[in-house]
Design a protein around this ligand. Structure first.
Ligand SMILES: Nc1nc2c(ncn2[C@@H]2O[C@H](COP(=O)(O)OP(=O)(O)OP(=O)(O)O)[C@@H](O)[C@H]2O)c(=O)[nH]1
Ligand SMILES: [Zn+2]
Length: 203
């Protein structure tokens, strides 16, 4: 198996177990102790519970599939580009468990007039963002889901993010933005791709 196939296997198809709230609470107490804090001081008493509740939200995408949010599909007489720009995105980098955040631009060309609801594109971004991630994989997974689940003829996904692991620590570059893209199907056609890119870049 190639490295690429191995990476896909471990990050996309590995078994996800159910959310263990008590496990998170215990881990946070241990973490606080290990950084030299006192988990029993007043200000920190409820922190393990807060982090457990917040983690349920932040990592909700681990327990969702694209099919769960792409159910709204209907017919509109169009086979033209549909693009939702500047979809806010909050995710967590799997290397440091620190946030990365920014925007996603998601465009697709429907097949036989089958479109999905506009809000569903944003929900799809969340399904993949609310997991421990790397930005490249997030971008690719959104594109692949639109091709596979909605049956799009072509897709373009561009994400622009700031990684807190690069700004609040480590290399400390606060202005650096990471841009990744995934282009599928007929969107690879240079004219269509450049139409989509010019719409995406209209800030
Ligand atoms: N390609 C990619 N890299 C990421 C992403 N998020 C974080 N990283 C990088 O993952 C790398 C992990 O590198 P390591 O050398 O193992 O970790 P580190 O010692 O904490 O690295 P520094 O951040 O350079 O201090 C770093 O270069 C991060 O910038 C992402 O979404 N995509
Ligand atoms: Zn990181």
């Amino acid at each position: 198996m190639s490295d690429h196939e191995q990476e896909q296997l471990t990050s996309e198809h590995s078994q996800v177990s159910s959310f263990d709230e008590e496990g998170v609470r215990q881990a946070v107490r241990l973490y606080l102790k290990s950084i030299g804090e006192d988990p029993d001081r007043e200000g920190l008493l409820d922190t393990p519970d807060r982090i457990a509740r917040a983690s349920r939200e932040i990592f909700a995408g681990l327990h969702q599939q694209p099919e769960d949010v792409l159910q709204a599909r209907f017919k509109v007489d169009t086979e033209e580009l549909v693009l939702v720009r500047d979809i806010e995105l909050y995710s967590v980098c799997e290397h440091h468990l620190l946030p990365f955040h920014g925007v996603a631009h998601v465009g697709y060309v429907p097949s036989h007039g089958t479109v999905t609801g506009l809000s569903k594109l944003a929900r799809l971004v969340d399904v993949y963002a609310k997991r421990p991630q790397v930005q490249e994989r997030l971008t690719k997974q959104v594109a692949d889901a639109l091709m596979d689940v909605v049956g799009a003829r072509g897709v373009i996904v561009v994400t622009e993010c700031e990684h807190l692991c690069m700004s609040m620590r480590g290399v400390s570059k606060t202005q650096a933005k990471t841009v990744t893209s995934a282009v599928r199907g007929i969107m690879k056609d240079p004219a269509l791709r450049s139409e989509a890119m010019s719409l995406i870049l209209q800030h």
